[in-house]
Design a protein around this ligand. Structure first.
Ligand code: G4P
Length: 530
């Protein structure tokens, strides 16, 4: 047994996914509060302050008042060392949001009880399903009028295609919210507004068998409804099965109110029991067990120019096995070099802490003078293996890029290629031409502004973007396809990526199916391979 096995086994690394405004930030703050990382919820990631603290690095973010990057938070709770990967909540999220999910071992899905499943949750959920990581659902804002509980669960099952298993059950909502019923312990935990941020609540626990007390506290009507609902629930819902949860086939569901701090600690405690220790990851030499293998990591995100004064680039990596110690030598496999990582950091809001050590499950940020690419592997100097690459996620917005000053061709190509390498945008070419016609694809439209801004500010190149109507992109999986012979729909456009891989663009989702019908044996994918 390795000496650091204990450290690895107490790590839990998860991402929070939700549609904007469902309460992801508020829930994260409350987690930190329980972890003792902050005294009063809000002081680390309170909207007004944190948005600036995290995102000061780019003017564009300040102008828009939103955060373009996703951050990592680490805190301790009950002997667990928890890493939360935040996914940008704004609708203009980027491919980084998807990549962040590649670094997590599980996901917490926050749903607004009055809204149900929303667009962004749906998109992020798809990536979780692709990776088959466990998903935990927190249905938030029960202190507001909520949709019918059974309907909410039904919606999750139908829309997302995952079975649900409520761990607790709400008693009313909004002004009539009385608390939750803990299905395992068969007791009611009464609702109390715990003063929006302090940890001490005044919830009482009442076993359902104590009918008299239950009636006096929640009233006859609520008690009757609860009884009926428990009966229905016990008969109809999926049974809790940890294996199914771990396989990503069943989501445990919790109800609460992050703002009033109700149900948050209950969630945290159960979640920590159910979620996994750092998961083994696939590499070309087989699966690497986190606690039995020396240091290894992969780069899942590269962030440029976090600090304008330093023009630094930071590569975020997820440690997959073993222990990292300051100044140790590692091999950058794709670069073919043995090196020391310069000043690995843990990035928490605006604060950067230089790390002395880190373990499998942790995320570290490393200064990068431009040597890393997304998906790169780092391991011990004597080893040589590669982790499975990070897929390229389908952009949903496309534009043709035109450069204003044709004399600056070189800077333009250099700039746009570098920005694409960092993974902020994807660039494509017309199928039959060279670099003269460049099409840019992005996951969130804000990335167009980022591209324009960066080309102007860092490469001194002005560009014009001409929006294209395509919304669907598909990678062609067949190795030896003759693109000239492919017969598609009239809205289809043939393009290629930088490596020459053929792709198809469509305006309508319907055309994708039509093209598949017309070309027997054609295999299309929504995810590209790096
Ligand atoms: P996000 O990160 O998912 O985008 O959501 P965030 O936590 O910022 O919450 C969005 C809004 O919803 C905030 O209100 C927040 O206070 C509120 N909220 C979060 N959880 C709950 C809850 O359990 N109950 C109720 N009633 N509200 C909740 P805001 O007015 O937009 O912002 P703020 O001025 O309060 O910061």
């Amino acid at each position: 047994m390795k000496s650091y096995e204990h450290e690895i086994n107490r790590r839990r690394t998860f991402a929070i996914i939700s549609h904007p405004d469902a309460g992801k930030t508020t829930l994260t703050e409350k987690f930190l509060l329980y972890g003792g990382a902050i005294n009063l919820a809000g002081s680390v990631k309170g909207k007004a302050t944190a948005r600036h603290a995290v995102s000061d690095w780019m003017e564009i973010e300040k102008e828009r008042g939103i955060s373009v990057t996703s951050s990592v938070l680490q805190f301790e709770y009950d002997n667990f060392c928890i890493n939360i990967l935040d996914t940008p909540g704004h609708q203009d999220f980027s491919e980084d949001t998807y990549r962040t999910l590649m670094a997590a071992d599980s996901a917490v899905m926050v749903i607004d009880a009055s809204k149900g499943v929303e667009a962004q949750t749906r998109k992020l959920f798809k990536v979780c399903v692709m990776r088959k990581i466990p998903i935990f659902t927190f249905i938030n804002k029960m202190d507001r009028d909520a949709n019918d509980t059974f309907e909410l669960l039904d919606e999750i099952e139908k829309e997302l295609g995952i079975a649900t298993c409520p761990v607790n059950w709400p008693i009313g909502s909004g002004k009539r919210f009385k608390g939750v019923y803990d299905r395992e312990r068969k007791c009611v935990i009464t609702y109390s507004d715990t003063e929006k941020g302090t940890k001490e609540g005044e919830s009482v626990e009442i076993p359902v068998s104590d009918e008299e007390k239950l009636l006096s506290v929640i009233g006859e009507e609520a008690a009757d409804t609860l009884k009926d609902e428990i009966e229905l629930l016990d008969g109809a819902s999926a049974e809790f099965d940890l294996e199914l949860v771990r396989a990503g086939d069943l989501t445990p569901v919790f109800f609460g109110s992050a703002l009033t701090n109700f149900g948050v600690e209950f969630f945290l405690q159960h979640f920590l029991k159910m979620t996994t220790t750092p998961l083994p990851r696939k590499a070309d030499i087989g699966v690497i067990p986190p606690a039995e293998h020396d240091f290894s990591a992969f780069v899942f995100k590269i962030q440029a120019n976090m600090n304008k004064a330093h023009r630094d680039r930071i590569a975020f990596m997820r440690i997959c096995s073993g222990k990292y110690e300051a100044s140790m030598e590692v091999r950058h496999v794709q670069g073919g070099k043995v090196m020391r990582l310069s000043q690995p950091q843990q990035i928490m809001a605006s604060e950067r802490k230089v790390l002395e050590e880190a373990y499998a499950g942790d995320i570290i940020g490393v200064f990068d003078p431009g040597q890393f690419s997304i998906g790169d592997t780092l391991c011990m100097p004597k080893e040589q293996f590669c982790y499975e690459g990070i897929p390229t996620f389908a952009p949903e917005h496309f534009a043709r890029v035109r450069q204003m000053d044709t004399m600056k061709r070189k800077q333009f190509v250099k700039g746009i290629t570098q920005i694409a390498q960092e993974g902020a945008i994807q660039i494509f070419q017309e199928f039959n031409t060279g670099m003269e016609e460049i099409i840019v694809g992005v996951v969130g439209v804000l990335q167009f502004d980022v591209l324009k801004y960066r080309l102007e500010n860092e490469y001194n190149v002005e560009i014009k973007l001409e929006n294209l109507p395509y919304e669907h992109i598909r990678w062609i999986e067949n190795k030896d396809i003759d693109l000239d012979k492919l017969t598609g729909t009239s809205d289809m456009k043939k393009i290629k990526d930088l490596k020459g891989n053929p792709l198809l663009l469509f305006i309508n989702a319907w055309s994708v199916g039509m093209t598949l019908d017309r070309n027997k044996g054609l295999e299309l994918s929504e995810f590209g391979r790096n």
